[in-house]
Structure formats: structure tokens, C-alpha cells
Ligand binder design. Structure first.
Ligand SMILES: NC(=O)c1ccc[n+]([C@@H]2O[C@H](COP(=O)([O-])OP(=O)(O)OC[C@H]3O[C@@H](n4cnc5c(N)ncnc54)[C@H](O)[C@@H]3O)[C@@H](O)[C@H]2O)c1
Length: 253
């Protein structure tokens, strides 16, 4: 098991990429704090982990709030005595629209969750990891940071911000033996996919349009990102820091 005995906190872990990562890290031996604004969903993921013989705890947390980030870090440390992995994964999508049609409130919400939420998670998680002299901060960015699509300017800017944040934090954390890595998934089959496509529900037209942009000819499944996250959190990735790993079937080439 590649994460045996490790303690992980994953935000946005009630659904999609976060849920798949919680299950995968637990399968690899990690004890996982499943944090999400959707508490019932988080509890459901914990049940799945426990049924499979793993250890996990659910916590309701809004990553846009400092106190919630502080509490999930403290809960993991109080329960399991350490913090090896913090996966700042929670995020919100954007319905594509021209900038002149965007409400300022959309910008504020996207940046509150996708940027400030990651910044706050880093603030509390890295404080513990630096003292421990070990740990890995993972951040879910997006290919939108590297190869955006038209109409998704606000979301793309939020993900670009966290790629830069990951690089800067990697330099700050390196002297303490702590790594920071961003992951950039291409469109992934989770509940937020329809919003990126500008639809209420994913349909054949949206799928065909998106798949046509991915050289490997399919979209990500949440497990594709979970596999990358397990690797990046493990000692196999000991020399990887400050990188933004594209998990994108070639979309960014
Ligand atoms: N699905 C895609 O196409 C795609 C592509 C690239 C990057 N991403 C990124 O992947 C991450 C995970 O998204 P997903 O695709 O698994 O979507 P998802 O909708 O399945 O999961 C997102 C989770 O985040 C939670 N969440 C939202 N706001 C929160 C908040 N303020 N505090 C705590 N939790 C909150 C939601 O309740 C949900 O459980 C996001 O950062 C997203 O931007 C998604």
C-alpha cells in the first residue's frame, strides 16, 4: 500500500474527483478526512470507505471560510496525530458567457471557493506540515489554466491563480521537506461537467464537442485524477514539486 498510515484531508470529497480520491487514498492505506459543504455526501463517502475496510471521518466545511479550513486540519491532527496530505480540491464551475454578460457576484463566488478556498487550506495545512518537516499539498487546478475555452474566463483565471500559488508555495515549503503540486484535469465526468458545456444536463452534442478536443478520444473519469493524486501524494513522487500535472489525454499539446 502506497499511503500506508498516512493522514489525508480532502476538500470537495463528497462527489466526483474528491470522492474518487478519498476512496483511492483509503485503499492505499491512508486515513481520510472527507470534507465538503455537503455533509450528507461526505458521510456517504465515509460509509463506502469503511465498508471497504478503510478508516475515514466526515466533516462539513465551506472552504471559503477560514475557520472551516482551520477546523478540518485540527480535526485530522487531533484524531490521527499528523497531517501528511492536504488535497485542496473543492471548486465551483462557471456557465460559459461573454465577460460583458457576467455578474460581478459570479466572479466573487468563483474566486472565494477556487482561489481563496485553496489559499486558506494551504495556510492551515502548511503550518502543520512545515513543523512536521513532511507533507504534500495537492491542488486541483484545470486545463482551463493552460488551454482555456471561450466564455470560461472567470473559472480559467481562478485556476491560473492556483497554479501560480502552487509554484510559489512549493518554493516556500521545499526547505521544510514539504511538496506542493497542482493537477490540471481536462473535462471530467462529474456533476459539474454539464455547466462547463453550457447545459443543464450533459447531452450527446456536448460530449461529442468536448471529446473532439481530447487527442486520446475520451474525457477523464474521476478515477483518472484519483490515480494521479495517489501517485503525487506518495513517496514515488518525492522529487515532484511546483509542477502542474496535466491529466488531459493530450488536450494541452
Ligand atoms: N469536472 C471537470 O470537468 C473538472 C475539470 C477540471 C477541474 N475540475 C475541478 O475539480 C475539482 C472537483 O470537481 P468535480 O469535477 O469533482 O465536481 P463535483 O461537483 O463532483 O465535486 C465538487 C465538490 O465540491 C464541493 N464544494 C463546492 N463548493 C464547496 C465549498 N465552498 N466548500 C467545500 N466543498 C465545496 C461540492 O459540494 C462537491 O461535492 C474542482 O476544483 C473543479 O474545478 C473539474
Amino acid at each position: 500500500m502506497r499511503l500506508n498510515g498516512r493522514v489525508a484531508v480532502i476538500t470537495g470529497a463528497a462527489s466526483g474527483i474528491g470522492a474518487a480520491s478519498a476512496l483511492a487514498m483509503a485503499r492505499e492505506g491512508a486515513r481520510v478526512l472527507v470534507a465538503d459543504i455537503d455533509e450528507a455526501g461526505a458521510k456517504g463517502v465515509v460509509e463506502q470507505i469503511e465498508k471497504a475496510g478503510g478508516q475515514a471521518l466526515a466533516a462539513r466545511a465551506d472552504v471559503a471560510k477560514a475557520v472551516d479550513n482551520q477546523l478540518i486540519v485540527e480535526k485530522a491532527v487531533a484524531t490521527w496525530g499528523r497531517l501528511d496530505i492536504f488535497f485542496a480540491n473543492a471548486g465551483v464551475p462557471q456557465f460559459p458567457a461573454r465577460i460583458e454578460e457576467q455578474e460581478e457576484a459570479v466572479f466573487d463566488r468563483i474566486f472565494a471557493v477556487n482561489v481563496k478556498g485553496v489559499w486558506l487550506g494551504a495556510k492551515y495545512a502548511l503550518a502543520v506540515m512545515k513543523k512536521q518537516k513532511r507533507g504534500v499539498l495537492l491542488i486541483t487546478a484545470s486545463t482551463a489554466a493552460i488551454r482555456p475555452r471561450p466564455g470560461g474566463q472567470t473559472y480559467a483565471a481562478s485556476k491560473g491563480a492556483v497554479v501560480a500559488l502552487a509554484k510559489s508555495l512549493a518554493l516556500e515549503a521545499a526547505p521544510h521537506g514539504v511538496r506542493v503540486v497542482a493537477i490540471a484535469p481536462v473535462a471530467t465526468e462529474t456533476p459539474m461537467l454539464a455547466t462547463f458545456m453550457g447545459k443543464k444536463e450533459v447531452d450527446a452534442e456536448g460530449m461529442a464537442r468536448y471529446i473532439a478536443t481530447v487527442p486520446l478520444g475520451r474525457l477523464n473519469r474521476p478515477e483518472d485524477i484519483a490515480n494521479a493524486a495517489v501517485f503525487l501524494a506518495s513517496d514515488e513522487a518525492a522529487m515532484i514539486t511546483g509542477s502542474c500535472l496535466e491529466v488531459d489525454g493530450g488536450r494541452c499539446i
